[in-house]
Design a protein around this ligand. Sequence first.
Ligand SMILES: [Zn+2]
Ligand SMILES: [Zn+2]
Length: 272
Amino acid sequence: MIPKVDFHTHTSYCDGKDTPRQMVEEAYRRGFSCLGISGHSFTSFDDGWCMSLENTKKYIEEINLLKKEYQGRMDILCGIERDYYATPSEFIFDYVIGSVHYVKVGEEYFTVDYTPEETKRIVNEYFQGDFDAFAESYFSNVSDIVEKTDCDIIGHFDLVSKFSDSLGIHESERYLEAGYNAIRNLIKYDKPFEINIGAIIRGYKQVPYPSEKFMAEILRLGGKVCVSGDCHNCCNLGNKLEVGYSFARKCGFDTVQVFTKDGFHELKIVDI
Ligand SMILES: [Zn+2]
Ligand SMILES: [Zn+2]
């Protein structure tokens, strides 16, 4: 059976649709054993989808109340999806997902996952139309994500491929090499790479992040993986998580890491 667990979820405190209470109630209704909420960290130059510092405080307070309310019925954890460029803060979270959402050119920040049109514009205007150069800039940030965010989980490793299908872009040798270099640098930290199905749920992609080729490199180097939904509303909670588990199996993994209140536990895929 697929573990009824997700650690990568968003609420109306950031760019999610529903409140923490709605997410928790729905997770409980759907039989979750553990729900981690992971709002976008405050990032000073972009308030479009992250939590303000004031809201981060409220977010922690609200989730702590829900934790108490659901004690003994379902484990709830208060996490954060900390961006590479997040503004440092004193807040303490139960866990951290480290993610790269921007590349920086000069003093300007550009999102890598906004819309296909925006990606195209950034590549044309700031990378001379060279998508691989854009991807190299992205992966050079990813390569440093554990150092930079002190994360427990490496979020959507190749998010830069979000619009590859609609833009007709394939994994070139340069692109792959940039990703492999990031994996080789990250592997020593022994943090699980997230198999993220968010873009499948939202109809942008047919396969999860990381791509099969990157999964093969993670496996070859003895890396670990875990599965998340990157869920932004309660009606999608837990949906299609099985796609992530079958993908891990298809890519040759025998085990996956399953999120619990006591950290990650290893689960044999044959037991699922
Ligand atoms: Zn993200
Ligand atoms: Zn997310």
